[in-house]
Design a protein around this ligand. Structure first.
Ligand SMILES: [Zn+2]
Length: 155
């Protein structure tokens, strides 16, 4: 873009620093995007803060053999069985879950799944904000007029 002649008469003063209307409009768009992300981030953080004790694992169903010699599961597809698998400091553990204890395991496992989802969202949106801040910096970067004063910068 062309500099107006009056903006290049001197190397000092506001006339030598400028920013186009298009860039200011872009800065406004980026600001609105950041504000949207911040609102979503706050909602995300509030949900994470409401977290209750959770089970770092999941409950799953499979089919298994009961071990009784006469049972038809020996040749068939097996009985439906429920297990819980969870993470400990020493590794992953698994145990069976009875219908009576199913809810006791499933509820905190579900809380864990939601917490992990929330953390993933938090990370994704935080990165988006960091990237948008880069965009804001670009949009707001002033252009500096070239040095046109005779003798300056030519020694
Ligand atoms: Zn069986």
């Amino acid at each position: 873009m062309q500099w107006r002649s009056e903006s290049i008469k001197t190397v000092r003063g506001a006339g030598d620093l400028r920013i186009g209307a298009e860039r200011l409009a872009r800065a406004s768009r980026v600001r609105r995007q950041i504000e949207g992300e911040l609102e979503a981030l706050e909602a995300c953080a509030r949900a994470l803060l409401r977290a209750e004790p959770m089970l770092r694992g999941s409950v799953y169903e499979t089919r298994g053999k009961c071990g009784k010699r006469a049972c038809r599961c020996r040749t068939g597809e097996g009985h439906p069985m429920t297990y819980v698998t969870w993470r400990t400091a020493s590794g992953r553990k698994t145990r069976s879950v009875t219908p009576e204890t199913h809810a006791a395991f499933a509820k905190p496992a579900e809380a864990y799944r939601r917490f992990r989802e929330g953390r993933t969202e938090w990370t994704r949106r935080s990165k988006a904000v960091a990237s948008l801040l880069g965009g804001l910096e670009d949009a707001l970067a002033l252009e500096v007029a070239p040095d046109r004063v005779e003798g300056n910068g030519r020694r």
